[in-house]
Design a protein around this ligand. Structure first.
Ligand SMILES: [Fe+2]
Length: 530
């Protein structure tokens, strides 16, 4: 107890264990798994936070670990393996953290003498291709991804690491998002930055025709490029929007300080301090015509805010006006530098989290604005909408958001997911998870945008992961399907399990328990098998 009488909570309990590697282990199924649900849940995240005597400094630094629950005819098996990245192999070889990352310093080979180590620091960079954030499925080919210039192809059956793809080699891309999109025709899109005197935000694309190749990412081409206004401080982005006709991203005050980034990378220092908030900037939306690759000539601005994740985006019209709707997940006051992600903070008990609840914001961008458009008049004419868009004296459009979820139904939520069939389309539901509840546990939330309410799933001591939606075959309703979430437990004696919820009612249908150790994971996919 602290002197306020509140109990301190150790938020690391259950989240920061070292993952067990498993080839294939049968799970104990409780409940009845729908007979149509056959396939693999594949999830990625940091699998260990200590190597020998060394500890990683940032939640995002732990070695990538992929785990899988395979569902077949009502039975479930579990497997999990570390990605054999160069970083992983080096650190494991020396049983030290020589290759650090975002919040961890790197060191040259300790077997070399001091002169040779000094030379190594000056002439090379540490291996930092730790793809521990997400999984991209390009047809039957799977890659482990991070926000960076690397991807590791892995075998979805064995989880063995197969090949490193360097996007630096393919297109000179040092940074791309961990959240690519797959268009309705199968085209793969991502957003990337190229540094230099003329720095660009690039939309990169792998055409659907490349699916079926051994490594389709090698076919990646630049589809569109937007010049960065300040090449020394481009925006950071982690996701973006893809609709039928547009690609949009959030140019936010959270910037990458490029000279610092390059210096820290070259001198083997933690990279996180090269990211910082420029409080003088507003948030901007950059909207690109998907077909032509040209940026549309309307400047959109909002209050400055940070966002990891777009929830969804879609085009709509009302009384002859066309709009692009953009929904963002804005975790108030948090970014990668936030203390919540620093492991030395997570490892010690903290006060129950009193953070401001996450704001899920809807912005409505008018798509037809010119010099004849009246100024300071709300252009959003959609019935019931609270969002505003007003042309300013300088010709830009200032956007004011409407909240998608009432505060009473929110929380410290993140990792929003939708029924991906509705990506780029008008939709009603999203699913999200809270990791930092006041009681130390977590919860899943199904959010209903229409009513701004949410339904929760919660169990004492349980720490669910990002909820993945799987549609029931033949479904005609958006929420006709199930939610899959890997659930950890704060009590080490209790099993890890894959939770299966009915997405409509958000009640449990079944769970598949496995005796293993598994820490927090970030993102995952479901591969349907028939
Ligand atoms: Fe993410």
């Amino acid at each position: 107890m602290d002197n306020t009488g509140e109990t301190l909570i150790d938020y690391s309990v259950g989240r920061l264990v070292t993952a067990d590697e498993k080839e294939s282990q049968e799970c104990q199924v409780k409940g009845c798994i729908p007979d149509w649900l056959n396939g693999d849940v594949l999830r990625n995240g940091p699998g260990e936070f200590e190597v020998g005597p060394d500890k990683f400094g940032h939640l995002f630094d732990g070695h990538a670990f992929i785990h899988k629950f395979s569902i077949k005819n009502g039975e479930v098996t579990y497997s999990g393996k570390f990605v054999r990245s160069e970083m992983f192999k080096t650190n494991r070889q020396y049983n030290r953290i020589l290759c650090g990352g975002l919040g961890t310093k790197s060191y040259p080979d300790p077997c070399k003498n001091i002169f040779s180590r000094f030379f190594t620091v000056l002439t090379t960079s540490p291996s930092l291709e730790n793809c521990n954030v997400n999984i991209a499925s390009l047809g039957n080919v799977h890659y482990a991804l991070t926000d960076g210039g690397f991807a590791y192809r892995f075998d979805p059956e064995t989880l063995d690491t197969k090949k490193l793809v360097s996007m630096v080699d393919v297109l000179n891309i040092p940074l791309s998002t961990a959240h690519p999109h797959i268009d309705t025709n199968g085209d793969y899109y991502n957003l990337a930055i190229t540094f230099g005197r003329n720095a660009y935000y690039n939309v990169v694309k792998v055409p659907a025709s490349s699916l079926g190749k051994e490594d389709p990412l090698f076919d990646m081409k630049i589809h569109a490029k937007i010049k960065v206004d300040n090449p020394l401080q481009p925006t950071y982005f982690h996701s973006f929007a893809l609709t039928e006709n547009f690609i949009a991203f959030h140019d936010q005050p959270y910037r990458i300080h490029v000279p610092k980034f390059l210096w820290k990378a070259a001198t083997w220092q933690p990279l996180v301090d090269s990211f910082r908030v420029d409080h003088s900037r507003k948030s901007l939306f950059c909207v690109i015509d998907k077909k032509s690759g040209d940026q549309i000539p309307i400047r959109y601005a909002t209050e400055g805010e940070f966002c990891f994740h777009f929830v969804n985006s879609f085009e709509t019209s009302s009384n002859g006006r066309k709009f692009l709707v953009i929904d963002l997940c804005c975790p108030a006051g948090k970014n990668m530098n936030d203390g919540l992600f620093i492991l030395k903070n997570m490892r010690k008990p903290m006060m129950p989290n009193k953070s401001t609840p996450t704001k899920f914001k809807r912005y409505i961008l008018p798509l037809e604005v010119d010099e004849t458009t009246p100024k300071d008049v709300n252009l959003v004419n959609i019935e019931g909408s609270m969002a505003e868009s007003k042309v300013q004296d300088d010709g830009s459009v200032f956007l004011t958001a409407e909240l998608l979820l009432d505060e009473a139904h929110s929380g410290v939520l993140e990792l929003p997911r939708i029924n991906y069939k509705y990506n780029g389309k008008d939709y009603r539901y999203f699913y999200s998870v809270s990791f930092f509840d006041p009681d130390g546990g977590g919860q899943l939330v199904k959010a209903d945008i229409q009513t701004k309410t949410g339904i929760k799933w919660k169990e004492a001591g349980c720490l669910p992961s990002e909820p993945v939606f799987v549609e029931r075959p033949g479904a005609t309703e958006e929420d006709d399907g199930i939610i899959l979430s890997t659930v950890l437990n704060q009590d080490p004696a209790k099993p890890v399990f894959m939770l299966i919820l009915d997405a409509k009612t958000f009640t449990e249908i079944a769970r598949a328990e496995v005796d293993t150790k598994l820490p927090v994971s970030f993102h995952g996919v479901f591969d349907i098998k028939t």
